[in-house]
Design a protein around this ligand. Structure first.
Ligand code: GUN
Length: 287
């Protein structure tokens, strides 16, 4: 059994990104990421602070907008429009969830697709589903980078994704399909879930329920990817997979913390760099 070490891999990826950022800066372009946080959600505040820190370490310009809980939808749309038109901004990220009085779909649609480093705009979702070059959501993209780094060939594997969110489950399934896996998406209403999971050569858990995937649901030598981050009442952080039991059966497994989590921010930097390179190309700069 091999533990897939997301902490070490993300550090390596971030180092590579910094090198490429520095050559862009030499050529006259400083990559910029605008992050908008609306309201006081504690988890979102933590995520946004980590994103800002990661940008600074990679020499990416971090443009933070912290807006009050009572910000109106039209105020938020106006800010997005300003950022859409600002050439120094390569990526725009609106931290989710948004307060209830704001229509999330309307906001995500307003972000210019070529600055949509989260990959949530319908144009990028459609491009990914069509196998075209697109901004891909950071968490599933991070999973693909991990699988590649560990030499895992997905072609022909039975992949089961547990969870159908727009942020993880659906894009994950599309990425695996594009990599020639045979993909099953399961969710809270799926019948015989345990049985379906047991048929998986690659199992991706993205349900948001602590220790939901137990050893009896996992095939011998399966590759197990845990996207869950659940805070227990005693403060411990655990994934969606019962790690201690499942690791006895898996050929590869990601831990929580230190697995998929650290890759997500590395991919956000990577998507921002991709956008900045496209800006450099448009300007005809040699990198
Ligand atoms: N909230 C939880 N995950 C994410 C993410 O990947 N991007 C954004 N914008 N908000 C989130």
């Amino acid at each position: 059994m091999q533990i897939i070490d997301g902490k070490t891999l993300s550090a390596k990826v971030k180092e590579q990104i910094k090198k490429e950022t520095d050559s862009l800066i030499q050529a006259g372009i400083k990559p910029g990421l605008a992050v908008i946080l609306v309201g006081e959600d504690k988890a979102s505040q933590t995520y946004v602070a980590s994103k800002e820190k990661a940008c600074i370490s990679a020499n990416i310009n971090s443009i933070m907008h912290r807006l009050g809980e009572n910000t109106s939808e039209s105020e938020l749309l106006a800010l997005i429009n300003v950022l859409n038109l600002d050439d120094s901004v390569d990526g725009i990220l609106v931290q989710l969830p948004l307060p209830k009085h704001i229509d999330t779909d309307k906001i995500l649609k307003a972000i210019r697709a070529d600055k949509d480093v989260d990959g949530f705009h319908a144009l990028n979702v459609g491009k990914l589903a069509s196998g075209l070059d697109a901004f891909v959501p950071c968490t599933p993209l991070g999973v693909m980078v991990m699988l590649k780094e560990y030499g895992i060939d997905l072609s022909g594997l039975n992949a089961v994704v547990v969870g159908r969110s727009n942020i993880v489950g659906k894009p994950m399934a599309n990425l695996l399909l594009n990599a020639n896996a045979t993909v099953t998406i399961t969710h809270s209403r799926t019948k015989n879930l345990a049985e379906i999971c047991k048929g998986a050569d690659l199992l991706v858990a993205a349900i948001g329920k602590p220790n939901f995937i137990t050893a009896d649901m996992v095939k011998e030598n399966a590759i197990v990817i845990d996207v869950g981050i659940n805070r227990l009442d005693d403060g411990r952080l655990v994934g969606d997979v019962d790690f201690q039991a499942v690791k006895q059966k898996a050929s590869f497994i990601t831990p929580v913390p230190g697995g998929v989590g650290p890759m997500t921010i590395a991919m956000l930097l990577s998507n921002t760099l991709k956008s900045a390179k496209e800006r450099a190309n448009r300007l005809g700069l040699k990198i």
